[in-house]
Design a protein around this ligand. Structure first.
Ligand code: 6CM
Length: 251
């Protein structure tokens, strides 16, 4: 009887965040799960072309246009030692770290604090000649993936806000869907309390689709992406390593 009692633990399959009461929740939940599925497909299916490689980092893109604008989907994978998936997703999600790794950023404001795992951001990005400056308004959500081993996701997706209409000032609004999916691997396998940073590896998948929202010359944009995405992933992962070293491991 006691053994039966022990086994009847309820494992939540839907998140228990207070964000579930927010009007955006159905969209946040749907896009996050879609992005998780899309990231886990890898680059086997679809005609992904490798455009950057550095150590364990691989970056792939597909050339696509929508209404004459470049919207090339990007997928990248990387393997980083000494950090957990939870730590990496937390750093990607949290506003306090953003200026430490986001090189294209000019300004960032949290315009809505939905819950500790769900925020709405307004960001302005540095102007890239000869196009207009861009801004982005998006919700951002992070969660642990249930029924999987140490798997975390952070997902960003453009949204609207009555107080911040698009294209009202000097900026053109970009539209983005981005996800970062991270899994912690432990080698050699050990009990929790004995694990050191040198025993952990984080497998990262980053996917991004950005619509520039208005005129931007295709060749310049593709050249910018080719330069900026590898720079971002290297800078971001080095930032994570640096932030986490000498701190207790957060699984
Ligand atoms: O995912 C990344 N960063 C997140 C946190 O900031 C978030 C933001 C993404 C914004 C990406 C838009 C950048 C602006 C693109 C300008 C395009 C128009 C210029 C015209 C040039 C001719 O998801 C990392 C994003 C790394 C981007 C390289």
């Amino acid at each position: 009887k006691d053994r039966l009692k022990q086994k009847s633990v309820v494992i939540p399959t839907t998140p228990t965040t207070p964000a579930i009461k927010h009007r955006l929740w159905p969209e946040i939940n749907r896009i996050t799960l879609e992005q998780l599925h899309y990231a886990r497909l890898g680059v086997g299916a679809g005609s992904w072309q490798l455009f950057a490689e550095d150590g364990d980092m691989r970056m792939y893109r597909r050339e696509e246009e929508a209404n004459g604008l470049v919207v090339d989907p990007l997928k990248a994978c990387h393997v980083v030692k000494g950090v957990t998936g939870h730590e990496v997703c937390k750093i990607f999600f949290s506003p306090e770290y953003r200026s430490g790794w986001e090189a294209t950023l000019e300004d960032m404001t949290v315009i809505e604090n939905i819950s500790k795992d769900t925020l709405v951001f307004l960001q302005t990005h540095k102007r890239i000649w000869p196009a207009s400056q861009r801004d982005a308004l998006f919700w951002s959500h992070m969660r642990k993936v249930p029924d999987a081993q140490d798997l975390w996701i952070a997902c960003n997706h453009s949204t609207e806000h009555a107080d911040y209409p698009p294209n009202a000032g000097k900026c053109v609004r970009v539209y983005l869907t981005v996800c970062l999916v991270c899994q912690t691997l432990i080698d050699p396998p050990k009990q929790n309390e004995l694990i050191k940073r040198e025993d952990i590896t984080c497998k990262i998948t980053y996917c991004s689709v950005v619509n520039p929202g208005g005129w931007a010359p295709a060749s310049v944009l593709r050249a910018v992406y080719k330069r900026e995405y590898p720079k971002f992933l290297k800078r971001f992962t080095n930032f994570c390593i640096d932030q986490c070293k000498d701190k207790p491991i957060v699984f």
